[in-house]
Design a protein around this ligand. Sequence first.
Ligand SMILES: [Zn+2]
Ligand SMILES: [Zn+2]
Length: 258
Amino acid sequence: MDLSKLYTTEAFIYSQEYLRHYYTLKKEQPLARIKRYLPSFTSKVKDMQSFFGLNTTGSLDSETLEVMSTPRCGVSDVEDYSHNNRVNRWNKNVITYNIGRYTSDLPHSTVDSLIESALSVWARASTLTFVRLRTQRADIMVEFSTFEHGDAYPFDGSKGTLAHAFGPGEGIGGDAHFDDDETWTAGSKGFNLYLVAAHEFGHSLGLRHSQNPESLMYPTYKSSRSSHNLLSKEDISIINSLYGKEETIQQIQTLNVR
Ligand SMILES: [Zn+2]
Ligand SMILES: [Zn+2]
């Protein structure tokens, strides 16, 4: 079967990488087995199209390729990054964080305050409190790095994958990594660190990707998000289902006082 008749080689190779990364497509088979490989490839294209609400044609049309080339979070859309699938929440409400390696794109004090603001997005909507702990052993370690950086998910240079984070757990669990080949900013040029970090911390707390474009947990980068109202109703209801609602806790405290 001549693949070039189906897709341009470049688009085919790019989409294979994309689907392997975000849709668990198995490694490329030798070309001799392409007849067996192609159905699984097509079915992953359909999964991706379905996730993003596109026509599920299974072919690499321009709409599909456009979404595939949009900068995004590195976490898979079909399985989460937690190294232990059973754990999807912290068993505590005070969570520690620290910044290990900084980017040189912004002053340290700016990174500190953007990271703090991104955590506050989740703190305001839940019973969670974030405390900076200046050690390497904080629950959520924030690191900026490039390409291979000590986990199984190397970065890819500028654009493409912007960052990724691990679900709650020991060690690397909860950690958020940012691709330092991106230009990180506090404004609208390059990639806004506050927006990306707020999304990644959603994963650090146990949330997965959402198919709802209004959700902060939508996988692709959107610079147009209102920075005041980052969380959708869905995001708030998920964080509350994981960690409880502020009001409920207050009610319990009031009952105890009586
Ligand atoms: Zn993500
Ligand atoms: Zn990483």
